[in-house]
Design a binder for this molecule. Sequence first.
Ligand code: 13P
Ligand code: SF4
Length: 365
Amino acid sequence: MAAVLKLDQFNLLADEECDARIISAKTLLGRRLAILGHHYQRDEVFKHADFSGDSLKLSQLAAKTDAEFIIFCGVHFMAEVADIVTGGQRSVILPDLAAGCSMADMANLAKVRKCWQELSQVLDPDEKITPVTYINSAADLKGFCGEHGGIVCTSSNARGILEWAFARREKVLFFPDQHLGRNTGHRMGIPLEQMVTWDFNLPMGGLTVEALRQARIILWKGFCSVHQMFHPQHIVKFRREVPEGKVISHPENAFEVCEKSDYVGSTEYILRTVRAAESGSHWLVGTELNLVNRLRDEMKRKGVTVQFMSPMVCMCSTMFRTDPQHLAWTLDNLVAGRVVNQIRVPEAIARPARLAIDRMLEVID
Ligand code: 13P
Ligand code: SF4
């Protein structure tokens, strides 16, 4: 087998040189390769994706592709899902292994097990609570859900998944994103007082026995560091300046932001909704900057104004890690017959995780 081409050499290449290498490698690999790109990827990488989407769409695309190599321009948990749904039959590659998700890192198996054990002092969790993990989580947490009658959800199917969960057990433990859980629960008519926040650094989540008995949803105290930059005041200011404008937000935003928004949904939903907007309309968008900048440029040509919700530059720094240099490096290695940065979930974890993901894919939202 050919020697691994060194990343250091690629890091010195200009973007244009990387572009040429990426295009040439894609031509050489042809249908053996599929590049999946999440909407938060930077332009220089996004333009090379064969398919783009939100987390649900990308996991469905990964499950369907017959390409031998899947390069996932996204973050670690997405590549894990692609490996799990393809049953380890494809080589799934993450161009930069440091492309993680800070929200996903806010829950881990030890802390979730501890939570489950503490909950068992109050009620029988395996009888009473469905564990639901947001897809933004490590594979072993999906495995935990698989083993405990639970399920995975994404930002585009959370409501259908919570309905599935409540049809089976009276309560839900939702991790790691408190906001997606709270926003979805509220839209289903669950009162805020019946959604309690589990502080994973405190014994018993910092909650009383009574609060846990009353709760319908126990929300893990995780959040997205990008979406926490958007505030209700940004919407108030926009409404003052553009009274006829529309506001659209991702459900990883805080409850107060989603409540003030006209529309709330996944990245794919945001794109679909704004793309269908009338010429002359004006939109304030509360999600990651790369998506919003691309949408702004696209919609400008159609006479629609798109504005980023925050005055700060808030990008997902881990999504940003995937650059043309890493992409060219992984591709040139593939052309040389070498798979680098492969994501492989051990089968003992993948099996229960697949169960939880398959349950999600079977639920029609
Ligand atoms: P979606 O693209 O599924 O809406 O999720 C956004 C996100 O945060 C990905 O990490
Ligand atoms: Fe994670 Fe937030 Fe980045 Fe999405 S935007 S990958 S939730 S840190």
